[in-house]
Design a protein around this ligand. Sequence first.
Ligand code: SAM
Length: 260
Amino acid sequence: MRPKRSLGQNFLRDDDVVRRIVASLDILPDDTVVEIGPGRGVLTERLVETGASIVAVEIDRELIPVLERRFADKDKFQVIEADFLTVDVDAVIGSIPPERLKIVGNLPYYISTPIIQRLITFGARFDRAVLMLQREVVERLTAEPGNSHRGFITVLTENSFKTKHLFDVPPEAFFPAPKVWSSVMSLIPTGVDISDHAKLSPLLSAAFAQKRKTILNNLKTYSPNAGELLQLSGIEPIRRAETLTLAEWKQLCSAIDQYQ
Ligand code: SAM
């Protein structure tokens, strides 16, 4: 069966990388691990060996029988044929206690941002996620204030998770080899209320709309009182959105609450 480029199928073939991903999850036998996109089951194999319950969510119908056959004798393995972006979360994670739930995935590059947004909506219902993404995406997700890679998704992610870049992975670790390097990162939920996320999202979307513009100019489309809101938050109007810390974004959200 040929790997499908349209589904981002770059299968891992470096067992050392697989072991490092599994080790970074700190799996205990009582845990449940949800794997996004198990592919042919290279990473799944090592996850199953830990003795934890494994729930694999795979969109490619043709891979379902491959996985079912490979793990036919493993009663703590389950595969669900679904798109992780739309699957019913409760059907997947049910009543698993958050501290016992881990999420892992070697993800197709084109769905990195929607997957992160999906995990944000899972809220604090899991212990940690370990994801393999394109290296540039990990750089963006972990960019500190002042770094030009910092953007809308960085701040949203930082609001919901403590993030950490774990290690880089070269193209040769995959078949077929992608054109770019990948990186593995961890995301640990901070327990923030999902309503904070809902408030922050439209504000960030306006503030980062044109990265070269000042925050004041960008926020004029968000509110006619942009200048007053920035003043109330103690934020210089000539700054650029990428320089603001998460604490400053939260001050701005509080100012918006006070103003309305
Ligand atoms: N985990 C395997 C490995 O490391 O070898 C496969 C990784 S491959 C980069 C990505 C996998 O995600 C593929 O099996 C692909 O079919 C699957 N996939 C793509 N989009 C998906 C989605 N929206 N939901 C679930 N699985 C998806």
